[in-house]
Design a binder for this molecule. Structure first.
Ligand code: C5P
Length: 203
């Protein structure tokens, strides 16, 4: 059985949490495609040319613990605007999407570019202020002393870069189900995501 679920949206909208829960619910494999761009961004910060880093990326470079920093996130959104970097990562993502047993991919361009034929597409969003509040709480819980205003500015800067790039800009696919999580608890957001996907499965 092949069934692809594409989950896109801006930074800190809840995509990661929802994608993991959806994958678990349906028993599908999950790929956080942001990690690919983060790994390339981290290599750029270490002095490797981004295109070369993307073309030679190895699975063992995708360690979330090392890649979930604010600096790496900004570097990721810079390398993600380079068409050759995006092109180098397409085949891996498409192969993952078409694996037997079903797949969930989350990112920015899964429903629009990587898997336009995905059986179910969600666009998970929330206001920049809600997203910055969530990210700020996460960072503080992790021991960071970053202030809210810095996190909000970071979120807005990354949104602008992701939405305004020429190649694969962040936008909902025309057939995506829009899930605004601004006023939802995590449990409510997951329940709504599963309901939207289940109705696609039945249809
Ligand atoms: O989702 P995450 O915050 O980890 O993504 C980091 C950056 O990688 C994003 O800001 C975006 O620029 C880029 N990205 C992308 N396309 C994807 C996933 C991530 O351009 N499919």
């Amino acid at each position: 059985m092949r069934f692809t679920i594409a989950i896109d949206g801006p930074a800190a909208a809840g995509k990661g949490t929802i994608s993991k829960a959806v994958a678990q619910h349906f028993g599908f494999a999950h790929l956080d495609t942001g990690l690919l761009y983060r790994a390339v961004g981290a290599q750029m910060l270490a002095g490797v040319a981004p295109i070369e880093a993307a073309q030679t990326l190895q699975a063992d470079a995708l360690d979330p613990a090392k890649l979930r920093t604010a600096d790496v996130a900004q570097a990721a959104s810079k390398v993600a605007a380079i068409p050759e970097v995006r092109a180098a990562l397409v085949d891996f993502q498409r192969a993952f999407a078409s694996r037997a047993g079903g797949a969930v991919l989350d990112g920015r361009d899964i429903g629009t570019v990587i898997c336009p034929e995905a059986e179910a597409k969600l666009f998970v969003t929330a206001t920049p202020e809600v997203r910055a509040t969530r990210r700020h709480l996460e960072l503080v819980a992790g021991g960071s002393s970053t202030d809210y205003a810095t996190v909000l500015a970071d979120v807005k800067e990354r949104d602008a870069r992701d939405m305004n790039r020429a190649d694969a800009p962040l936008r909902p696919a025309s057939d995506a189900h829009i899930l605004d999580t601004s006023q939802l608890s995590i449990a409510q957001a997951i329940a709504q995501a599963i309901a939207a996907i289940t109705s696609k499965q039945k249809g």
